[in-house]
Design a protein around this ligand. Structure first.
Ligand code: FAD
Length: 302
């Protein structure tokens, strides 16, 4: 099975998709319908996030294992250091390897319950993602990615410090970084410039959320950690009470953002799907990221 970076080395840009672990059986059915619908469009890889609690973590491991064994997709598992001893982390990494998952997004994670609360490491655990990158790399032939923050991580005192620690994650063995949500292409491109200026040529991938509802806009604002530009609010806020018009404008906004990023040579657009496929399918089809054979699975003989 190919690694994430091998999937991104082609001449043309690609897209990838992110899901979260389902909460119950009904959720799991929705997740799997979306996975199957997106699988037919041949994303470069798919990932499942890693939660703070036992059942959610089981959901990540179970579903990423299923993706590895029952689909044609390249799976990437997220993993965090939250409430895990190093011995437990070794176990999870071992499970991932045992089911054929060779790509891991190594994250520090946030304190459960309060993402902005003080970080408390497990007494036998790790403090920073950098250490998790080293641990994963020491345990086998894994392709490791990390998170990156266009506006800087909320806990970073300034962008220079933030860039320094990001580059340390690459120096520890991470091969690519996926960026937190942002609003304008320049915000991502400046992150890429900062990393390049630090002498690092690791691959940086923009995270993209289809803006289908006012809720997805609020989530983007919250996760990005930055205020939304007025020009974007001017386009979307007047449509808040018209779901159809909001969705149409929101997908236009995201498509324009992606077009500019593609023109700037990004290797991959990583979509936060919220376990639904429709909006992502629409955007990637508009962007021409879907190979012709995948647009017509019948003709392709699948
Ligand atoms: P780190 O890289 O460890 O950074 C945390 C802070 O410490 C930063 O301010 C950094 O600058 C600083 N720092 C780093 N190294 C050092 C050092 N050596 N010394 C001093 N300071 C240092 N969370 C989940 O719970 N599950 C997920 O599946 C998940 N997936 C994500 C996917 C993406 C693409 C992104 C962008 C985020 C994701 N997150 C997820 C959220 C992430 O866990 C949080 O943002 C968390 O606060 C930081 O994790 P990190 O890996 O960036 O931490």
């Amino acid at each position: 099975m190919k690694s994430v970076v091998e999937r991104l080395r082609g001449d043309a840009p690609v897209f990838s998709v992110e899901f979260f672990p389902p909460r119950d059986a009904a959720d799991e059915a929705v997740l799997w319908r979306s996975i199957r619908e997106l699988e037919s469009l041949d994303p470069a890889y798919m990932s499942i996030t890693y939660g703070a609690g036992g059942s959610s973590r089981d959901g990540t491991i179970r579903n990423i294992a299923r993706a590895a064994t029952e689909t044609t997709l390249v799976p990437m598992a997220h993993l965090t250091a939250v409430n895990h001893s190093v011995a437990e982390l070794r176990n999870v990494i071992g499970w991932y390897a045992a089911v054929g998952v060779r790509n891991i997004l190594a994250l520090r994670g946030d304190p459960p319950g309060d993402p902005y609360g003080d970080w408390v490491a497990h007494p036998q655990g790790l403090n920073y993602a950098e250490e998790l990158v080293s641990l994963v790399r020491s345990l086998g032939d894994f392709c490791v990615g990390v998170s990156a923050f266009p506006y800087g991580h909320p806990r970073s005192p300034d962008l220079d410090t933030d860039t320094r620690y990001l580059v340390r994650k690459f120096n520890a063995g991470a091969e690519f970084g996926i960026a937190q949500l942002f609003f304008q292409p320049e915000d991502f491109l400046r992150l890429r410039d900062r990393v390049a200026a630090a002498g690092c040529d690791a691959m940086l991938i923009p995270g993209v959320m289809p803006l289908t509802t006012p809720r997805t806009l609020k989530t983007t604002i919250k996760l990005s950690g930055a205020p939304c530009p007025q020009s974007l609010l001017d386009r979307l806020e007047p449509l808040e009470n018209d779901p159809k018009a909001f969705r149409a404008e929101g997908l236009d906004v995201v498509t324009e953002l992606c077009e500019r990023l593609i023109a700037e040579g990004v290797p991959d657009l990583h979509f936060y799907t919220f376990n639904r496929s429709k909006a992502t399918r629409e955007v990637v089809q508009r962007l021409g990221l879907v190979p012709a054979r995948a647009q017509n699975p019948v003709a392709a003989g699948r």
